[in-house]
Design a protein around this ligand. Structure first.
Ligand code: F6P
Length: 350
């Protein structure tokens, strides 16, 4: 067997751990040749395919490395035109690929689904710090991002306290508030503002004013996709040639502008940005990524294609790509963590 492996979309801690596990599992269990595709789907879209052999030596020592040794892009889209699709399939055919393992988020899974419908056997692996992939309760990379944001919140706490300020910290996560919610609780935020719950500026101000009287400082953790009641998303930029052109960012600064006139103390905002995507995966993500990579190899060997590896109720499994494509998973409004936050007095801004 010849199996291709690529990493698509934004990078995330644990990608190399998946590449390593897929490769080792296939090499050891069925002697397959494993071909790494460079720079995501872009590696199959140019005039020549860009690949590299994945063997024992090339995946040695990469378990704890951040990023992806194969490179990635969130711009290449083989489904953008019939010509691009044909070229991608032709490269896969010329490389003699029996199957392709696609490690990516919802955008990559939508592309994978499209290519699978055209006859390319595919197994998907759910990757994103956002934890927003449908049918999967934990994508690898999320735990690391939560750890990074939690540490940032801890650091913000001490400087906010020293200066008696209102400190606003913005997390990534796109249209889902998973990172803000978990890191907000772990990092002792006083208010957590999520894309799923529009916030009322007056309510947020009241929380800060009450704390101004008692603790003298406030920490607010806000997801980049959050918006005020009746307001719009804060879009940082549009990337025309990306399958998902909208890049969110800057809602923390917008909130500061709205909040400052209502406060006596100074209001400051920090956008954490790509620091959340970089660096070495946590032990949890190393284990999860290794399990996902091995599970993807098992699906390949069993000939169970056009499916994505999943974790549901703590159990590894798989789900049809068709059920994942073009969808994302938000925090349900009855999620137990929301109730916990409310019951211990964390404001959700509503
Ligand atoms: O999907 C992962 C993610 O980091 C989002 O949280 C964020 O909105 C987006 O990617 C940023 O993408 P880019 O790296 O293209 O700015």
């Amino acid at each position: 067997m010849r199996i291709g492996v690529l990493t698509g979309g934004g990078d995330c801690p644990g990608l190399n751990a998946v590449i390593r596990a897929v490769t080792k599992s296939l090499l050891r269990q069925c002697g397959a040749q494993v071909i790494g595709i460079e720079d995501g789907f872009a590696g199959l879209m140019g005039p020549v395919a860009r690949t590299r052999k994945l063997d024992w030596a090339s995946v040695s020592g990469i378990l704890m490395q951040g990023g992806t040794i194969l490179g990635t892009t969130n711009k290449a889209n083989p489904m953008a035109s019939a010509e691009a699709t044909a070229q991608t399939l032709a490269h896969a055919h010329q490389l003699g690929l029996d199957a392709l393992v696609v490690i990516g988020g919802d955008g990559s899974m939508a592309i994978a689904h499209g290519l699978a419908q055209q006859g390319l056997p595919i197994v998907g692996v759910p990757k994103t710090i956002d934890n927003d992939i449908v049918g999967c309760e934990r994508s690898f990379g999320f735990d690391t991002a939560v750890a990074t944001v939690t540490e940032a919140l801890e650091r913000i706490q001490t400087t906010g306290q020293s200066h008696s300020r209102v400190m606003i910290v913005e997390t990534m996560g796109r249209y889902a508030g998973w990172i803000a919610l978990e890191a907000g609780i772990a990092g002792a935020a006083d208010a957590i503002l999520l894309p799923e719950i529009d916030h009322d500026i007056e309510t947020v101000a009241r929380v800060c004013q009450a704390r101004e009287q008692r603790e003298r400082y406030t920490v607010i953790c806000i997801g980049e996709g959050a918006k005020p009641l009746g307001g719009a998303l804060t879009v940082e930029r549009r990337i025309a040639d990306s399958p998902d052109p909208i890049r969110l960012g800057g809602v923390a600064h917008a909130l500061r502008e709205q909040l400052q006139p209502l406060m006596r103390s100074e209001v400051r905002s920090t956008v954490l940005g790509h620091v959340q995507r970089g660096g070495s995966p946590t032990p949890f993500d190393r284990v999860l990524a290794t399990q996902y990579g091995n599970q993807a190899a098992q699906l390949v060997m069993q000939g169970r294609f056009n499916r994505m590896v999943t974790l549901q109720r703590g159990q590894l499994g798989s789900i049809a790509l068709a059920d994942v494509a073009h969808r994302h998973r938000q925090v349900p409004l009855d999620h137990p963590l929301l109730l916990t936050a409310r019951q211990i007095g964390v404001s959700l801004g509503d």
